[in-house]
Each structure stands twice: as C-alpha cells, then as structure tokens.
Design a protein around this ligand. Structure first.
Ligand code: T1G
Length: 608
C-alpha cells in the first residue's frame, strides 16, 4: 500500500500510506477537502483497502493543505447524494473493526466534523476550529451531527454549538470531550500515529459514539423549550435553528437509526427550502464579490499603517452623541478593527499628513487642498461622492471611495468605489484592507451601491407617507420584513413632498408598502447593474446582506426578485408608472430579462 488511491479517471483525492501498522488516509481535495462525491468514494475505497489489509491495525484520517475538511460540497446541493451518501459513508467509517483516529488541523466544519465524529478517536491542534455551521446555510447537520455530537459532549452543549453554528478551537474541544488530545501543528500526523499505536498497545478497539447514550439529557425539563424560545428571539424568521433543536431532541427520544432518518429527512427538506437556497446563494455571492475580473490576484498592495481623517461628517459635530457619518465610522473601524493609527484632523490644522498612507475624507472637497504624501491613497467616504471628481486633478490614480455600509451592529461591508483612474495596486490595497477588517468587499463604479439604493427606498417610503401611510406603519412593515428600519433612516419617514390634502389621503395596506419598497429597491439595483456600475447582481445582494441588515435567509433584494419572478415585477412597475408616474417605470434591464424569462442570476453565471 503506498500509491495514492485513485478512482478510475478521477484525480486522486485521497492518499493511503502506512507507518508500521498504522494506515494514514489523507484527504487531498483542495482547497477545503469538501466532501464531494469523488472524495466520499475515495474515503470509502481507502477505508476498505485499509480494513482488508492484514498488516494494518489502525487508521489515521488527516487532511492535506490548510484544513481537515470544510464540510459537504455545497456545490452538489439541490439533488440527492450521488455515489455514496455522506451519512452512509460515516456509518461505514464508524463500523470499521480497526480503530480510526481523526487528526484535525485548520477547519473541521459541517460534514467535516461529522466525519470526525464517526471516527473512534479525535486529536486536534490548538488552532483547529470544529463546528457545525449548517444552520448558517439554512440547514441542519445532515450526516449524524445532531445525533453523535450530543452523545459525545452532552445535549445542552451540543444544542448550543448546532443552533449557533459557531465553532470551538482545539482546547475548548478537548474540554468539551469533543477531542481526546491536543497535538502541536508541526507534529499532528506523528502524534496521531503515536496515539493509534498506544491504543493498540493498550488493546483499545473502536469506540463508537453511537453506542454511548450516557451524556444525552432527554429528561432535562425545559431545556428544549428554552432553546426554542431563545432561537425564536435571536433568529426571528429563520427556520433552520428550530429544525436543529427538533433533531437534537430526537436524539433523546428515538432510537439512533430512526433519529438519523429523521435528521436526514429534515436536512433534505430544508435543502429544498427558499431560505436555504437564499443562504447558500449568499455564501457563494460573498466569495464571488472578491473576484475582480481585471485585477490579477497577485496585484501588489501598498502598506497602510497610518490613516488621517480630514474634514468632518459628524452630524451636529461636537454635540454629544453626534451621528457619525461614513467617514468617521470608517475611521473608527480602521482604528478598532485593524489597529491602525488614525489621526483626526477635523477642523484643526491637519497634522503632518506626509506620514499617512491613507487619507480618509468626509467630502471630496476635503481631499483637494492636501499636502498628503506623494504616495498616500486618498479615499472619500461619503454617501454620494461625485464620480467625476474621483478622476479630477493630479494623483487621481490614488483616489477611490470607501464606504462601511449602514451604522448597524454586525455590518461587515466595505464598499470600494473605483474611480476611472484608480490604479490596480490602490484597488488591491483597498481589497486587502477589507480582508484585514474581516469585512466583505464589494467593488463598484459610478457611485456607492448601498447609499444610492437606500436613497431610492427612502424616497418611495416618503411617497407612501405622502399618500396616506403613517411613518410608523412603514417602519413596522419593513421591520417585520427583517430590516432595521430606524438605523436605515426608515423609522420616521417624512412625506416625500407635500402631503396629499386630508380628504385625498388614503389607507395604504402593509402589502402595498412592502411591495413598493422592495420593487423600488430592486429597480434601483437593476439600473446600477445595467449601467455597468456593479459587477454582478449578487454583488448588490452582498451589499445589502453584509452592509444593510438584509435577513440572510432572504438572500438579498436581487435574489428575492429572481425567486419571485421578474415578469411579475415588471408588470407591477408598469402598472405603477401608469398610476403614479414614469419614475416607477421598470428599468430596461428588468424589461429585457422579464421578456426573455431570465433572472438577474443568469447575468452572473456561477454555481450555487
Ligand atoms: N463546499 C464547496 N465549496 C466550498 C466549501 C464547501 N463546503 N467551503 C468552501 N468552499 C469553496 C469556496 O466557495 C471558495 O471557492 C473556496 O472553497 C475557498 O473558500 C452534510 C450539509 C472552510 C472556513 O458551511 O466556511 O457539511 O471562490 O474563500 O476563507 O451536515 O470556506 O475559490 O471558487 O471561504 O479559507 C458545511 C463553508 C457545509 C463551511 C474556508 N461547511 N466554508 O474559508 O476560504 S454543509 C461550511 C467556509 C454540510 C453536512 C452539511 C469557508 C472555510 P472559490 P473560502 P477561507
């Protein structure tokens, strides 16, 4: 045994070696060892080979590259398991007669952790991250995680991990009993082999999680009711958290095999749900947004160590609790989340800017009279910078726009407005800044996506108030949809223009308010898209998901419009243009896609 395990014409995705009596099975399917059909078959075949080899007494399972395993292959979702189902594979691993030790570094997420749970022993590095993030994709763990994890670490702790989707690191995993030992990064394989050899020396065989119910806590009165109540409060509108609770509860009420079947039925039902489709769309959309077609990944970045904030966008500057504008908020984010030194030069004579790598201005005009260093990047962080000004004057190649999205807790967007002259390395530096901040970058042209669309939404809300809706009603409808109305300036909407005289005011239904607000938002996005100012429709979704509090289970405004169908949207906008004026007319992109039976997603053409 020594040649990598190959599956016919398939690229080798597993490798089987031997160290004495220990078989080492390596998952080798970059970039994240996702459990694709090929990898599942590869593991099945390699385990069978090791099982049949009389010179092998134990098996170590380890991941090549950056991690153990990033989970099931999300690109395969939407159809039944091909080749061998993940659950069936894990049952086969757990059934082996020779002890299997999972050696975990980097990530063991979703199906990756479930694979480790089906092994008989687990060791991990200190920096390893072990979790069941399926709930963030609108799913439940679908390969035994809701059944094995509670048996290994107890029902309450398993509930917390599965419902939150948050991973734990190596030491925390050991404290939970999720792993048996911690091994240093550079000795993981050797430590796993030594661990297996000790098992053999001690006469230890397979230790199957499914056979030990002692840590289940079915009788914990109120545990599940409390979990349901907490999930309903924290994840309002999401279906998956409640489904996770039901599956974990089944671990304590049904025999293992029946509970596994319940979990799998729940998993596939959620996989077909609109919420999970939206959350998987969001997952891939965020990763697509980082891909800028004309910017090679190797483009050099400039160092950013010191930032100066010039001008001031503190509304009511100086007053306590002044509402901070995007520039001030971004300066605070750069200081708090990236640890950069930020020199504030609001009003007073600006400090020595020559030492600043990045000058952040609240308005374009604050950038003009600057004696910033010749290499400093100059960024404007205003809602509506004049795109022409981005290209004016000398040094335009070092000018761009940056916008942190709405002032919302959890916002993790950095919109990057690329000027006509912005140089590649300056754009690459901004993308690197976003990564350093742990924020999702979306690159746009012509103007920021979020503020422009939010402006159209506020305008439509104002029209609705002018026609008879109350500001409170508009705020309630948008809040019930899942938006944080008040931080988006939709909490107390002023009428857009003169309110219609008393007797002309009319009752406006909640449905009309929501429909008109969403339709207007989508049309605004479509106009940005058809102007070539957003690279993808999914980028627009990412702006709203990461920067304006759009509920993840709805996938973003453009995804929602695709799901509802563009012909119906076109017809509503046309009808509204007839009744309310040409401003409501559908963009030509919506007209074209509706006529072709197309979707915004067709413009993006990617998996998921
Ligand atoms: N399936 C398919 N592709 C994946 C993938 C996955 N699970 N994870 C990542 N990718 C792709 C990603 O799209 C990108 O592709 C590349 O890998 C690098 O990813 C049955 C049902 C693991 C922490 O939810 O959280 O198991 O853009 O840029 O920043 O119970 O990827 O290069 O073409 O994010 O180093 C559960 C999802 C699945 C983890 C690595 N697993 N992945 O982060 O790289 S459901 C997850 C992540 C499941 C079972 C259930 C992150 C990462 P491209 P990346 P990264």
């Amino acid at each position: 045994m020594g040649s990598p395990n190959t599956l016919g014409s398939r690229k080798a995705v597993t490798e089987l070696r031997r160290a004495g009596a220990i078989a080492i099975l390596t998952l080798a399917s970059p970039p994240v060892n996702a459990l694709s059909e090929a990898l599942r078959l590869g593991i099945r075949d390699a385990v069978a080979v090791a099982e049949a080899d009389s010179e092998v007494s134990a098996i170590v399972l380890i991941g090549a590259g950056r991690m153990f395993c990033g989970g099931a292959d999300i690109t395969e979702f939407g159809r039944p398991w091909q080749g061998i189902g993940l659950g069936a594979l894990l049952d086969a691993v757990e059934d082996t007669e020779k002890p299997v030790v999972a050696a975990i570094h980097g990530m063991a997420l979703g199906g990756g952790l479930e694979l480790a749970l089906a092994c008989h022993y687990r060791i991990a590095t200190p920096a390893a991250r072990l979790g069941q993030p399926e709930v963030k994709l609108g799913l439940v763990p679908g390969a035994g995680g809701t059944q094995r994890l509670p048996r290994l670490i107890g029902t309450e702790k398993a509930l917390a991990m599965i419902v939150s989707g948050e991973p734990v690191d190596g030491p925390a995993a050991r404290d939970l009993g999720l792993v048996d030992a911690i091994a240093p990064e550079d000795r993981l394989e050797a430590e796993a082999v030594a661990f297996a050899e000790r098992l053999l020396a001690e006469g230890q065989g397979p230790r199957r999680v499914r056979e030990d119910d002692s840590r289940l806590e079915p009788g914990r009165l109120g545990l599940f009711a409390a979990a349901r109540e907490e999930a309903a409060r924290r994840y309002r509108g999401f279906e998956a958290p409640q489904a996770c609770i039901a599956c974990v509860e089944a671990a304590g009420t049904l025999p293992f095999a029946e509970a596994l079947a319940f979990e799998e039925r729940t998993f596939f039902a959620l996989m077909r749900s609109a919420q999970s489709i939206a959350q998987r769309h969001a997952f891939f959309a965020e990763r697509e947004a980082a891909k800028i077609p004309d910017l090679p990944a190797a483009t050099p970045k400039r160092p950013v160590r010191q930032v100066a904030l010039v001008g001031s966008d503190l509304a009511g500057a100086g007053s306590s609790g002044a509402a901070e504008g995007p520039a001030a908020r971004l300066a605070a984010i750069l200081s708090q989340d990236a640890g950069l030194t930020v020199l504030r030069a609001a009003g007073a004579a600006p400090p020595d800017l020559a030492s600043c790598d990045l000058v952040l201005a609240a308005r374009m005009r604050d950038l003009a009279p600057l004696d910033a260093g010749p290499e400093a990047i100059r960024a404007v962080a205003a809602d509506a910078p004049d795109p022409a000004a981005l290209a004016a004057g000398s040094g335009a190649e070092r000018v761009l726009g940056l916008h942190p999205g709405a002032a919302l807790p959890g916002a993790r967007l950095l919109e990057i407005l690329r000027g006509p002259a912005t140089a590649p390395d300056v754009l690459a530096t901004a993308l690197g800044l976003a990564r350093g901040l742990g924020r999702v970058a979306v690159v746009t042209r012509g103007g920021f996506i979020g503020p422009r669309m939010l402006g159209r939404l506020r305008q439509e809300a104002g029209r609705l108030v002018r026609e008879g809706a109350s500001p409170e009603q508009v705020a309630r409808v948008l809040t019930e949809f899942g938006l944080a109305a008040a931080p988006l300036g939709l909490g107390a909407v002023a009428p857009d223009g003169e309110p219609v005289a008393g007797h002309h005011r009319r009752a406006v239904s909640d449905d009309e308010i929501l429909e008109r607000c969403l339709d207007t938002l989508v049309d605004a996005g479509a106009r940005i898209l058809e102007a070539g100012e957003a690279l993808r429709a999914s980028d627009i979704d990412v702006v709203w998901l990461a920067g304006y509090g759009w509920p993840a289970y709805r996938g973003g405004p453009m995804h929602g419009a695709d799901a509802q169908g563009l012909p119906a949207l076109r017809d509503r906008l046309r009808a509204r243009a007839d009744s309310h004026g040409p401003d409501h007319a559908p963009s030509s992109l919506i007209e074209r896609l509706a006529a072709e039976g197309g979707r915004f997603a067709d413009l993006d053409r990617r998996p998921g």
